[in-house]
Design a binder for this molecule. Structure first.
Ligand code: AGP
Length: 608
């Protein structure tokens, strides 16, 4: 996600802002900028690229000398990475500067209204709309203007705002995007994350949703959006800087596992509207969607496992045949596709060489291509106009977790969109799926409460030679992902198998004490799964089930069961994967492995 910093006090602001942004670099970004108020103006210096590029630009243009400023590192969501799309953003007069984390869903209609009011825009971002709204409402009181502005915003935001005419304050606000105030001695700090202020103070206010802050050098006044004062307790930060960089988590992977509820919420945001799925960035027309003969999905690793879930879901909901290929195989098998086919490429980084090559092969054969990716401006987005972004925020750990679950969300949304446009689902059915999707963030949070039980399993199985994951249907797809997670970070040999296929060979490997994770979330296949569990138990396996809450049959058949909240059967992969992610994490930890940077692996495989 993006990073926000702010400073007000007696010291020059620019060096403090830059150092604060450095502490947030780990969050991943594609551009950076600062705004500093000195005697003559509000200087805004920003650039696409890294902080060293911003430092170079400051050297070129001269470092502004004021002691009031805000800064930002941007992870693009609306508008490609570029100098002009970098934050801070200004109003028409250049007297207001804004930095923003989050997504303003209704920015297009606000922008249209502001243009009609005579405002001129420079960037493609949703954030610039905020600067012009504040300009529109400003009548001498910046807090009041910001409050009037946020009443018009729909979506998520953490804001930092400066006005040249208000040299004694920074105004900030929070709605669904983190924001903290660092309390210094005769100086105060603003940040999107605690690491950015730790060098100066351990005393912070955690700003909550619905709160506005007026920050001066000796005071932090907090109000609710209605303008009523809010009392805050000071939070003493006990973390050391290294721990703080991961938001208090010991590893990025664990932090990203726990970010999944928010990542899923962000990926759904603005795409479920009045009982319909809306994908405004797609230009695939109705005739094309209705004439589709076949869909191909191609991806690598975890993204491939998401694609297998996508196959089941698109075929079930939209009744279109789907083939799924590993991207390293796809272009070498002469796939039979053409203009009446759609090829979906899935890639967190948008840079995987095999997946890019598959995209180009599909286009060469005449197929339109839809990319599902987490990185705005990545290579796949430059080679097809049809993109569905996952909004997971930067994924730092090599082992993919929140990218996987948000890829599933993107596939569910597209499958429902196809079903809606091809009328293969009734309105009632569509509404039921949408309601179930909206429940997922809290269901994931509830599922993560299994962590304590999983730690025990990791201790029990950490020295095992082989661990198996079995399932049927969607559960088999999730078994593949669980197996990859475990082997890539704990180095334990793990294998996923279609449960019904065990007796055709792999059962020979099931001996006394071999752990088998059995996924049993597909009610229609549960009896078959119970038989397969009995098959492996008869050979001495220890079976850990992942099942729907209250499933007594699973409880009786397995040695231990991790329950997930009940949801619509096609959505269970989003929940069932969480215990497997946590198991892989704790098994790797128990074995002393480098969880975030496993041996031999890279976060993005940009070579074949
Ligand atoms: C997943 O945990 C791995 N890091 C790896 O399999 C990854 O999913 C694969 O390399 C694809 O990456 P992409 O999504 O960026 O294309």
């Amino acid at each position: 996600m993006c990073g926000i910093v702010g400073y007000i006090g007696p010291q020059p602001a620019a060096p403090i802002l830059l150092k604060g942004l450095e502490k947030l670099e780990y969050r991943g970004y594609d551009s950076a900028g600062i705004a500093v108020r000195d005697l003559e103006r509000l200087s805004v210096i920003k650039t696409v690229g890294r902080l060293q590029d911003l430092r170079a630009r400051l050297e070129e243009q001269g470092v502004p000398q004021g002691s009031l400023g805000i800064g930002h590192t941007r992870w693009a969501t609306h508008g490609r990475p570029s100098d002009i799309n970098a934050h801070p953003h200004s109003d028409c007069s250049g007297r207001i500067a804004v930095v923003h984390n989050g997504i303003i869903e209704n920015y297009k209609e606000l922008r249209e209204w502001l243009v009609e009011e005579g405002h001129t825009f420079k960037s493609e971002t949703d954030t610039e709309t905020i600067a012009h709204l504040i300009e529109r409402f400003y009548e001498g009181d910046l807090v009041d203007a910001v409050r009037k502005t946020i009443k018009r915003l729909e979506g998520s935001f953490a804001l930092g705002v400066l006005h040249f005419d208000q040299p004694q304050e920074i105004v900030a606000a929070r709605q669904h995007s983190p924001l903290v105030v660092g309390l210094g001695d005769g100086e105060n700090f603003l940040a999107s994350d605690i690491p950015a202020v730790l060098e100066h103070t351990k005393k912070v206010y955690i700003i909550d949703d619905g709160e506005v802050v007026r920050l001066t050098s000796d005071q932090a006044e907090i109000f609710d959006f209605a303008g009523r004062p809010v009392r805050k307790e000071i939070f003493e930060v006990a973390w050391d800087p290294v721990l703080a960089e991961k938001g208090g988590y010991p590893h990025f992977m664990l932090k990203e596992i726990y970010e999944q509820p928010q990542a899923v919420r962000d990926t759904l945001q603005g795409r479920l509207n009045g009982g319909r799925v809306v994908l405004p960035d797609l230009t695939l027309d109705l005739a094309y969607l209705r004439g589709l003969r076949k869909i191909f999905i191609t991806a690598a690793g975890t993204a491939y496992h998401a694609g297998i879930v996508g196959k089941y879901v698109i075929e079930k909901l939209a009744r279109i045949p789907v083939e799924v290929d590993l991207s390293s195989e796809f272009r070498y098998r002469n796939p039979m596709l053409g203009p009446d086919c759609l090829t979906i490429v899935i890639s967190q980084s948008g840079e995987t060489a095999d997946t890019l090559a598959s995209l180009r092969e599909a286009k060469r054969l005449g197929s339109k291509v839809l990319a599902i990716t987490n990185v705005v401006g990545s290579s796949v987005t430059r080679e097809t106009p049809e993109v569905i972004y996952t909004l997971a925020g930067p994924e730092i750990a090599v082992a993919s977790t929140k990218a996987y679950t948000t890829q599933l969300i993107a596939l569910y949304l597209f499958a429902l969109y196809l079903a809606q446009e091809r009328q293969t689902l009734s309105e009632q059915q569509l509404a039921e799926y949408i309601a179930a999707l909206e429940q997922l963030p809290q269901a994931i949070s509830a599922t993560l409460s299994c962590e304590e039980a999983v730690v025990g399993l990791a201790q029990e199985f950490k020295d095992k030679e082989d661990i198996f994951f079995i399932g049927r249907g969607l559960d088999y797809a999730v078994a593949m992902e669980g197996s990859l997670k475990l082997k890539e970070i704990s180095y334990i040999h793990a294998e996923a198998y279609a449960a019904g296929e065990l007796k055709h060979g792999t059962l020979a490997l099931i001996v006394e004490g071999v752990p088998v994770f059995a996924l049993i979330t597909q009610e229609s296949l549960r009896d078959k799964m119970i038989s397969n569990i009995k098959e492996v138990k008869a050979r001495g396996a220890t079976v850990i089930g992942v099942a729907n809450e209250g499933d007594r049959f699973a409880e009786e058949a397995c040695d231990q069961v991790i329950f997930i909240p009940r949801t619509n059967e096609i959505l269970t992969p989003v929940l069932a994967v969480a215990p497997l992610q946590l198991f892989a994490y704790h098994a790797a930890l128990a074995r002393g492995c480098d969880v975030d940077k496993p041996r031999n692996l890279a976060k993005s495989v940009t070579v074949e």
